[in-house]
Design a protein. Structure first.
Length: 342
């Protein structure tokens, strides 16, 4: 296996370390390898530790200020801030989405378990990814076990579930697009889902089979959604009509895997790439903002750079920009959070 990117020739600029810093989260738990989602406000960063049943609160210096303890075996995963800055977390193993106060105490709990034929039997859809609607009035969640997406009003707490046509699709990630639509990734069916506020669903098959789409985000212009493919190793772009264009990612090593993606303040596109070999590098790819206007099926000619990490086998999971323009990312298996500062 080739695991020495410095020996490869390309238009790529390779940077080792530099302005990247990685911080151990030091979860107070015997569980490891389960650092998942993050969300950022003007002062703090919040990170979910799913198997640790905790949410970590950090400052912009990477210092852990507190661990918010969740119910035992509740599996906190998805996390968001609503339009009033209140923190919400999905408790995937309990079938709930909860709101936390500033001290990490649960002050509201919405049960999103699905009743079976109006009986007392409930099915946990496993609310995995969550997002806020464009208008900020509702929270949406993926039913990872039930091939559903659901929502509830922040004020009325009325829960609704909508079934996907693709069975065993494993929806995992949601983002709000324009015109009130919610977009999401279906990991196992290799499709992109789209759902209106009224619950009308469309699903669009990705041309690359078994591509395993991961993250999906809005283009700064709101004309498109961009997504990553874990094993397809492509960046995808989808328009409002479901037309998909795929761009092969110039990875450095065999068996590289894509994580999530984000845009920075200058609208450059950043993509997480990791490798499950202890001999190989993991890194962040930065594509110049001109990729957003690229036509055709190739990103040849788009400048890009690679920023190497120190951790081996980190399983890069999520990446987001803070209010100072720095990019923070989670390392699931090494239980670290990293930042690339500008």
């Amino acid at each position: 296996m080739k695991c020495h990117p410095e020996t490869m020739e390309s238009q790529n600029t390779i940077t080792k370390l530099g302005n990247i810093t990685e911080y151990p989260l030091n979860w107070p738990s015997t569980e490891t390898g389960s650092t998942h989602e993050l969300v950022i406000d003007k002062q703090f960063i919040y990170v979910t530790g799913q198997n640790m049943a905790r949410v970590a609160k950090l400052d912009y210096e990477g210092t852990v200020l507190a661990y918010f303890e969740m119910p035992e075996n509740s599996g906190p995963h998805g996390i968001l801030l609503d339009k009033e800055g209140k923190l919400w977390v999905s408790l995937e193993f309990h079938g709930k989405v909860v709101q936390l106060d500033d001290n990490g105490k649960i002050v509201q709990s919405v049960d999103v378990n699905i009743p079976v034929n109006d009986s007392k039997t409930l099915i946990n859809p496993a609310p995995h990814g969550i997002c806020l609607s464009e208008d900020g009035n509702s929270i949406w969640f993926t039913g990872k076990r039930t091939s559903t997406v659901g929502k509830f009003g922040i004020v009325d707490k009325i829960v609704e579930h909508f079934e996907l046509d693709n069975l065993a699709s494993l929806p995992i990630f949601l983002s709000a697009g324009d015109n009130g639509k919610i977009w999401g990734t279906e990991l196992l069916s290799s499709a992109i889902l789209n759902v209106t506020l009224e619950g009308k669903i469309q699903e669009f098959k990705i041309p690359t089979s078994n591509s395993r789409p991961i993250g999906i985000i809005t283009d700064p212009s709101s004309k498109f959604m961009w997504f990553t493919q874990e094993t397809g190793v492509n960046i995808g772009r989808i328009d409002a009509h479901g037309n998909i264009v795929e761009y092969p990612v110039p990875t450095l090593q065999e068996n590289d895997i894509l994580g999530s993606l984000t845009f920075d303040r200058e609208h450059n596109l950043w993509v997480q790439v990791y490798n499950n070999s202890a001999e190989c590098y993991s890194y962040l790819l930065k594509f110049d903002k001109s990729i957003r206007d690229k036509m055709g099926l190739s990103i040849s000619g788009v400048p890009f750079s690679t920023h190497l990490l120190t951790a081996k086998m980190p399983m890069l999971h999520r990446i987001k920009m803070d209010h100072d323009g720095n990019l923070w990312f989670t390392e699931m298996m090494t239980d670290k959070i990293g930042v690339i500062r500008f």
